[in-house]
Design a protein around this ligand. Sequence first.
Ligand SMILES: Cc1cc2nc3c(=O)[nH]c(=O)nc-3n(C[C@H](O)[C@H](O)[C@H](O)COP(=O)(O)OP(=O)(O)OC[C@H]3O[C@@H](n4cnc5c(N)ncnc54)[C@H](O)[C@@H]3O)c2cc1C
Length: 365
Amino acid sequence: MARTVAVIGAGIAGPAAVLSLAQAGLDVVWIAPPPEAGHDPVGETLAPAANPIIERLGLAEAMASAGHRPSHTTLSAWGSDQLVDRNAILHLEGPGLVLDRARFEADLRHHAETAAGRMIAARLSEAQAAQGVWHLTLEGGQTVTAEAVVDASGRSAAIARHHAERHRADQLMAAHAFLPHRDDTVEPTRAVLIEAVETGWWYAALRPDGSLSVAYFTDPDLLGESPTRGLDAWTRLIGETRHIGRWIEDAGFAVEAAPQLSSAGTTWLVPPAGRVGDAPWMGVGDCAAAFDPLSSHGLTTALWAGARSGGVLSAALQGDDTALEAYARSVLDGVAGFLAQRRSMYALERRFADAPFWQRRHGAG
Ligand SMILES: Cc1cc2nc3c(=O)[nH]c(=O)nc-3n(C[C@H](O)[C@H](O)[C@H](O)COP(=O)(O)OP(=O)(O)OC[C@H]3O[C@@H](n4cnc5c(N)ncnc54)[C@H](O)[C@@H]3O)c2cc1C
């Protein structure tokens, strides 16, 4: 009889894990809370490294017809006041995609729902392992047992945080909003725009639905008056930029709502996978390692880690931990590689070398 694995989480890594586990012939129970009303997730740049993983998970066809668009140009004011085409630095492997992220998540959910043996639309509240079995309690009191778990619950790491130590490189946070396009007479540029400022950096990308995704990344102690308090503070912040503000105004995007705040720092768990009471667990996606979005690593890593889970847990459930250990090493090697890349990217900006945000990332603060 197929062994049962529970997957916790319905973002990106969760459905990827469900598909991979089902492909490996395992029985999957998917604990997948339904999206909240009006769910419109941020983060739309998909790196080209994701393409082979999408293919392996059987999602290539769905991706091709979903209205995502190629992202050919990234203009950045980074290290200089001038906007420069920095594709070679920010996208080492060539162009990626600007996703319709909500559609992407819905497609992933649909495919994973079909592959899972059982899907439970609820949140996990507690997990314990003993004698090779995980006992999961869901909100509402329902219980589930499984021989292994995949924790894909994002930064909250609902299970993994109790069995690993969290490390953190920074406290980066994001204020983000989607701006509707109100001026039909202007065709907005399709380039992604990145702009460094004294207190952090900005990102703007035209979404496939025609709205502009705008995010400001900074440290919480540098935010000053929170832009979530109202439009004035958010409009003022946008107005302090050299390029982003002009881009928004000239192209006819409307700043109509205060932004939402979210964590965007680089954090990781040690170990990112292991055993508890002899029962295997794997952290995948942001749960295992969450990255500063500057390099657009998050979605690809979430897909990569989910796609590894079938092979890793099939072996672990037969008593062979080689793949589990290799997975944990790959995650930590990936984090080390990312930290080196992050240092060199931030090192390119020297105009604000005395400002705390940049000093922290240049290793001096
Ligand atoms: C502002 C911003 C911009 C970004 N831009 C990009 C970008 O352009 N490109 C890129 O590659 N990455 C980007 N990222 C990062 C990217 O969004 C994440 O890396 C990615 O969403 C991680 O996917 P995940 O599945 O691991 O986690 P999530 O997408 O966070 O999903 C976690 C899931 O777990 C569920 N969950 C949580 N707790 C429980 C529980 N107790 N029980 C059951 N389920 C639970 C949640 O409901 C959710 O479904 C950005 C991040 C931010 C903050």
